[in-house]
Design a protein around this ligand. Sequence first.
Ligand code: G7M
Length: 308
Amino acid sequence: MEVLAKKSSSDDAISSLNGFEVREVLADTREGKTMALLCSYRGRDAVVVVSPKDWSESSARSCVASGVTLGVDEQNAEYWQFSACVPLATKVSIVWPATAFHIDKWRPGKWVCVRETPLMYREATLKYVGSIPASRNAWVQNIFDGLKEADRVLFLDNNVETGFVVVPDLKMDMSNVVPESVYLQCIVRDSSLRSVRDLRASHLPLLTRIRDTVLRIGREKLNCKSSQLRMYFHYYPSFWWLHIHVVHTSFFVPGGGINIGKAILLEDVSQNLELKSDYYAEATLVTHVKLATPHYEAFKKANIDLDE
Ligand code: G7M
């Protein structure tokens, strides 16, 4: 496939981990094989997320082929145990400069269920969403403007009302694209659509076209069958510019991204909108929020008791 790794040409480009000083371990999610470290770099905060790429037959073969030095831990008859430092292909994601939003996303915290009524949405969530700086969505605008990730984009229709883009998610390992590594983002062009709460029956043709386009791309470019792709929204999302996650059924999604109370299947959303145009405007949606975050504080400010 033609999607290539992202390049950067700016003077600020980061090309090594020289100068990164680890200050704190933010998250240690062994199941997702991920460590998130809070670092300082050039006097500003950075979130560095390190995760080994898949440990597979080829990595085992290249470990042996590397002729790596072995330190004997134990030997008994023909049984030898060693420790060895093997080069391990590793995915490194860096957010720099990182704000409190980026750091808090990784820091462990307590979560509470929220049974969000339309009134709670209006009084707390919408106020929180209104306080988010527009720069938080700069990465999305950059993709639509062709300024970033242009060589990775799989589909782009810039029509302001009916357009959308399909692009690999940051979590997708682009160095080894196999069906099981497929994790795409489909982002709608209309930035007035912030979440499922803004969807009405009039958006059904858009949702149908998104589904058909994504499944075609999956078939034609990524060797994925329709039955292997899950498509879902997050409620609450981290970025309030409507997008759909497209994930292979064998992809391990770290951070609870496919948990109930977080992921809502595209098919379910379409069916509910068919039954009732303002379903998502009127429904009580059960989700969760992390304590001590600006979104949680918005509930407090609106005098809404979350019974935490
Ligand atoms: O939780 P939420 O539904 O808002 O998820 C947003 C998704 O966008 C996550 O799966 C991120 O990995 C993905 N994402 C975030 N950023 C900043 C980028 C980016 O710059 N490029 C791409 N391709 N995906 C991103």
